[in-house]
Design a protein around this ligand. Structure first.
Ligand code: PEP
Ligand code: MG
Length: 496
């Protein structure tokens, strides 16, 4: 999906025409391309908007690959002879996608913890550490390096003893992961009998093929953006319906299949949708706001989903911030159902990503079918920290007590009308966060597919009553660091 966005950037008429102009003036193609990409980057820098500035990485990536190709070089991946940890200023999505299987870890000076690169690395199960001191690039590296992302450290000159201990931990973890994988299909039930549903987050048909072997209790979040990123025009009703039907076939009609409608805007720009230039795109026409401004595109998506007419298929709306938005979508859904002339009771739920929804969750609970907490954005909007901003990565913590209090509000608000609540942000993938989520009353999680077996095994060791006490304590801490320290003390022996 990300490479499709790069392909669209390659056809950007501005870049093409300006480059051709310089070539016609007698400059070499390499010089012309570099000059124009630099100019585009200067324009992004001048906006002083971190979100746009971060997109320079995509332009650099395209330039580098083009320059290599123009000089007869190959952008084919480097083959490593032994297990390798790569250190770099920054990784691009293309770097991560093309990695040699011998690469077992990534360390970068720049990058966000919820950036595209981070999401890709997670889906490939490659540990990634970002935000390290740039001096690391000048240091001499010996044969062995230890990367410990759990404690955010990279050891460039380990002693024999360090290596012995690291190998021991890796060996034990690998053994445990294999056991967990064998038990993936067992339910995640706490020692005191509370069942926690562990669903998967998917972004493609391919992802849906791996759900069953990983023990997923359904799909809690299907990010439909890929359908829109994969071509130069919005996908038709027929194309979309075909994709949804194929995924449904892989999931079956028993387990939930929650389809999130297009979440465009913000950091997810889609070139052909002509999204308006905004000074603060993350606070502008994104998520459901974009869909309500582009009703034709939106109704096509609703039609493609509603045609499935299956009770386990649910629709989830991203970036809802007011009840009026929800009501407008409900009306549109009813119109589409009328047009299709079908008898269809579709469950229409919302993501909780904006604090206004957490604050009014008891009001929303009267009308919405379910809530799913998108902790990536809820953290961004609660703490007013751009999730793509490298410099603020350390403060962007979903375990911050302010985020926990918002989650607590949602659970209590939803319970007034017995509405289900799940969590589908990266928080549901992080083991350390699970006791506190479960303790706050969350009994449904949707996570990275690779983490399901391990997280289910971890949940089977938890005690809900104990989690409850700990969660209440966490609500009263002052900082995310305090919450992390407390939970690490409690669960260090179990974390693996
Ligand atoms: C979230 O915000 O937590 C979420 C799941 O949505 P995305 O990461 O796609 O914005
Ligand atoms: Mg989100």
């Amino acid at each position: 999906d990300i490479l499709s966005a790069h392909l669209i950037l390659l056809t950007d008429p501005n870049i093409l025409n300006e480059t051709l102009k310089l070539i016609n003036e007698g400059k070499t193609a390499e010089f012309a391309l570099s000059r124009i990409i630099d100019r585009e980057c200067d324009v992004l820098d001048a906006t002083q908007n971190q979100l746009l500035i971060d997109r320079k990485a995509d332009l650099h990536d395209i330039r580098n690959r083009l320059l290599i190709a123009m000089n007869g070089g190959s952008t084919e991946k480097i083959i490593y002879k032994q297990q390798t940890i790569l250190l770099a200023q920054e990784f691009t999505p293309a770097d991560v996608l093309g990695l040699d299987p011998m690469v077992v870890g990534l360390v970068a000076v720049e990058g966000g913890t919820t950036s595209h690169v981070a999401i890709l690395a997670k889906s490939k199960n490659i540990p990634l550490l970002v935000g390290v001191n740039k001096n690391i690039l000048n240091q001499r590296v010996k044969d062995n390096v230890i990367l410990d992302t759990r404690n955010s450290v990279v050891n460039l000159s380990p002693t024999v003893n360090d290596l012995y201990l690291a190998h021991k931990i890796i060996e034990e973890n690998t053994k445990q992961q294999q056991i967990n994988r064998n038990n993936a299909k067992l339910d995640a039930i706490t020692i005191d009998g509370i069942r926690i549903k562990c669903m998967g987050n998917i972004a493609s048909i391919k992802d849906s093929l791996t759900l069953s072997e990983n023990g997923a209790d359904g799909v809690g979040l299907f990010r439909t953006e890929f359908l829109y990123l994969a071509s130069n025009v919005a996908p038709s009703v027929v194309e979309q319906n075909l994709t949804y039907s194929q995924i449904l076939q892989n999931i079956g009609t028993e387990l939930p299949f929650i389809i999130r409608t297009l979440d465009a805007g913000g950091e997810k720009q889609i070139a052909y949708l002509n999204m308006p230039h905004e000074i603060n795109p993350v606070l502008g026409i994104r998520g459901i706001r974009f869909s309500l401004y582009n009703k034709e595109i939106f109704c096509n998506q609703l039609e493609a989903i509603l045609q499935l007419n299956q009770t386990n298929v649910k629709i989830m709306l991203p970036m809802i911030s007011t009840i009026e938005e929800y009501r407008s979508v409900k009306e549109l859904c009813n119109k589409v159902v009328e047009k299709l002339n079908i008898n269809c009771v579709i469950e229409l739920g919302i993501m909780v990503e904006v604090p206004s929804v957490a604050l009014l969750s008891d009001i929303f609970a009267k009308e919405v079918a379910f809530f799913s907490i998108g902790t990536n954005d809820l953290t961004q909007y609660t703490l007013a920290i751009d999730r793509e901003c490298t410099k603020l990565v350390a403060q962007l913590d979903h375990l911050h007590p302010a985020v926990l209090r918002n989650i607590d509000l949602v659970v209590r608000g939803a319970s007034k009308y017995n509405k289900p609540v799940s969590v589908c942000g990266l928080m549901a993938t992080e083991k350390l966060a699970l006791p506190v989520l479960i303790g706050l009353g969350i009994n449904s999680l949707s996570m990275n597919i690779n983490s399901i077996a391990d997280n289910k095994a971890f949940i089977r060791k938890l005690n809900y009553a104990r989690c409850r006490n700990e969660a209440l304590k966490c609500l009263d801490f002052a900082t995310g660091t305090e919450v992390r320290e407390f939970l690490t003390q409690q669960y260090n022996d179990y974390l693996g």
